[in-house]
Design a protein around this ligand. Structure first.
Ligand code: G4F
Length: 326
């Protein structure tokens, strides 16, 4: 039985990846931070097969202890401050966790990982690294130009992963994932914020939602599809970096329109208020990925179409909001 150690286990991707690996027969160990972490309690009841171990990307000894305890074959580093807007307000923390945290985990692997059973490492890199994009669509060779403390820290983590692969021969892969969503997405991200608001407005529970820049374009896929790519990367003969994306760009405006329509609301503009608080000091205007290397080498392709993603998120939010009313 293979063992996977996952940081960021309580997040959207951590949960989908844990389910995917468990279905493949893995022993899944998740790193949880903090004391009496409420997300850890929720995880223990939602995904009871996950073994939990304490640890923090800001604390090297705790990472060494988590590796020594779990003795993993594969480590997936999904832990991060993942909300770009927050990274502008907590830039130092973001650099520490999203940037130096990768270096700490790689050092811990170097210290603990034996020669006989080398640990395979996956780093959650991000399309935010492309920022002010130099070409469209973006691929593995597109120059990086981050536009936020989040993006800058991810660039450090990405280059550090490549550097440890080249310097120490670690099996270290970096997945450059474009935006990926699901009903498990946090309410702070624009997709879930919109699907949740559309559901609540349809049910008469609120009248409007405050949003920022509606013109930004993103390449939105389904998180469940994207975690399959993470696993595939670690099953190859050679470690490498891969863009994971759908290749289709939609604006926030298009997302809002489709979500409201799925909730049965045609006059969405009446319910959306533009609020300067949700604009960022520097915006990423357009992200759209070229995942042809992942198609060719990993045999990976996204399965869920954009429309299905949006309507399933709205359906989920309608169901949970109705349940609260009952
Ligand atoms: O949903 P978002 O907050 O996601 P963002 O910034 O693209 O980052 C996500 O994707 C990255 C991959 O590219 C990940 F690395 C990262 O961890 C995260 O998962 O914002 C999407 C767009 C932005 O352009 C933002 O300005 O939506 C725009 N937006 C407009 N109104 C809003 C809002 N974003 C949020 N969160 N809230 C708004 O009210």
């Amino acid at each position: 039985m293979s063992t996977a150690l996952i940081t960021g286990i309580t997040g959207q991707d951590g949960q989908y990846l844990a389910e995917t690996l468990h279905a493949k027969g893995y022993r899944v160990v998740g790193v949880v931070t903090g004391q009496r972490n409420p997300h850890a309690d929720a995880l223990a009841s939602g995904l009871p097969f996950v073994e939990l171990v304490g640890g923090d990307l800001a604390d090297l000894p705790s990472l060494i202890a988590a590796l020594e305890y779990s003795q993993p074959d594969e480590v997936y580093n999904l832990g991060a401050i993942s909300y770009v807007a927050l990274s502008f307000k907590q830039a130092e923390l973001t650099a520490n966790v999203n940037g130096l945290g990768v270096l700490r985990l790689l050092e811990a692997i170097r210290l603990v990982g034996g020669q006989d059973n080398p640990i395979r490492f996956y780093q959650a890199s991000s399309s935010e690294m492309f920022g002010k994009v130099r070409e469209t669509p973006q691929n593995e060779l597109t120059p990086l130009h981050p536009r936020s403390p989040y993006g800058s820290a991810k660039v450090f983590g990405h280059h550090t992963t490549v550097n440890y692969r080249e310097s120490y021969g670690l099996f270290a892969c970096s997945g450059i994932l474009f935006n990926h969503e699901s009903p498990r997405r946090g309410l702070e991200f624009v997709t879930r914020k919109v699907t949740n608001a559309a559901a609540r407005i349809a049910l008469g529970l609120q009248d409007e939602v405050a949003l920022g820049n509606l013109e930004a374009k993103r390449d939105w896929g389904f998180a469940g599809d994207y975690v399959r790519a993470m696993h595939l990367m670690l099953q190859q003969d050679e470690p490498d970096d891969f863009v994971i994306a759908t290749g289709e760009a939609r604006s926030v405006r298009e997302f809002v329109q489709l979500a409201f329509s799925a909730a049965g609301i045609d006059d969405w503009e009446r319910h959306v208020r533009i609020d300067p608080r949700f604009f960022r000091p520097a915006e990423v205007d357009l992200l759209v990925g070229d995942a042809s290397k992942a198609h060719r080498v990993l045999g990976w392709a996204p399965q869920m179409p954009f429309e299905t993603l949006v309507t399933s998120m709205v359906a989920h939010d309608l169901e949970i909001e109705r349940r609260k009313l009952a």
